[in-house]
Design a protein around this ligand. Sequence first.
Ligand code: KG4
Ligand code: ZN
Length: 339
Amino acid sequence: MKVLAIESSCDDTAAAVIHNGAVLSNIVTSQDDVHQIYGGVVPELASRAHMTAIAPTIQRALDDASATLDDIEGVGATCGPGLIGSLLVGLCTAKTIAYAKQIPFVGINHLEGHLLSVQLETAVAFPYVALLASGGHTSLYFARGFGSYELLGSTRDDAAGEAFDKVAKVLGMTYPGGRLVDELASKGDPTAHRFPRAKLKERKGRLPFDFSFSGIKTAVAFHVRDHATQPDQRADVAASFQEAVVDMLVTNAIGATQSVDAPTLVVAGGVSANSRLRQRILEEGSCQGIDVIIPPLRYCTDNAAMIGLAAERRLEAGQRDGLDLNATAVADLQHVAAP
Ligand code: KG4
Ligand code: ZN
């Protein structure tokens, strides 16, 4: 089945064409330049930028796949979680195409896309645990099979990428600063400062592998303020901060994988680009006999190919959504039904 997929949950406008699980095209129009001066995503500006970018992005995805809308047999779009105004642009466009062309439509949970993105490149057998770490979410899911996902832990406050971006700002870098912190950290000493690692006790309402990143973000901000960190000391701060975040991510991800006795751990989301995270999680996985798989970066960050993969599988299984399907800012993956 040839499927057109659209993703617009945050600040990237993305479209892809998928056919039998193969990616025929995968286009992402970034809004980084729109939000850079504000130091973070401005929801209203994001919606407007999606409005401008959506049609040309879809056209490029069709052109790259040597297809026209007449060749498309089904449409899928992210319906949540995300920024509501952003989601609506992609979702309404997808529904309009489905209506105009009289082809089936399905809404896809953004997190299911991230969780399946590894399958775009490698046929990874279920079950596996997935660490999703980006600017908007940080969570651990146990994927038992397609459409069967259990949340093992998630952040109680900031996402890991958000902490990277805020620390980058404190260190005087531009948004989004995760990659810049990573680069600066490579020149610093990760043992120079001991920033706090949050260890959340399991109790009612908490999951066994929950995260918290707001404490470390604040600790770094106070450190930089109180010690009037000089430019030549910033690399040590970046490296020590990064080490602490990576410690928390790796400890919980490996612990969660062991707790469900899964053979494989998949890492996705923009933070999986972090060089220290990649190194540490691969090392720790190999020590513990866990196969750690990190998809290529183009499938780790927000993209429509991952949405297309989920959409094609759901459409082929006969799932259809009505054109009254709405976008939802909060959408729990555990309640996504198997097709
Ligand atoms: O998945 P993504 O592209 O978009 C969403 O947030 O959904 O992730 C972007 C996040 C940003 O917070 C960015 O700073 C972070 O991923 N990031 C990194 C690195 N590259 C991107 N964080 C740490 N190290 C990196 N190398
Ligand atoms: Zn995402």
